[in-house]
Ligand binder design. Structure first.
Ligand SMILES: [Zn+2]
Length: 89
């Protein structure tokens, strides 16, 4: 009688241990997968920003990069006009 009781206890204990190990492995797998997805999404967003940033900033940039005083086109990130010295917005 007592042998049977200890046997069932051992079985339930073993089952619990196995289930918890499986749960741990599953959760670990899930969190790794989730983290990987987050990382790849962040990477894709960075790539998209890098790809769209030059195309987006080029068109209005070249039209606006003109000196308000003499109208000379300003290449790069000049703060002051190269020909007259006026501040360029
Ligand atoms: Zn100028």
């Amino acid at each position: 009688m007592s042998n049977d009781m200890t046997g069932t206890y051992a079985v339930t204990f073993l089952v619990t241990v196995i289930i918890s190990i499986l749960l741990f492995l599953l959760l670990r797998e899930f969190f790794c997968w989730y983290w990987k997805i987050n990382q790849s999404v962040a990477l894709l967003q960075e790539i998209r920003d890098l790809l769209t940033a030059p195309a987006r900033s080029k068109e209005p940039h070249e039209q606006q990069r003109r000196c308000p005083k003499c109208g000379a086109q300003q290449p790069g990130g000049n703060t002051f006009c190269e020909s007259c010295g006026e501040k360029v917005e």
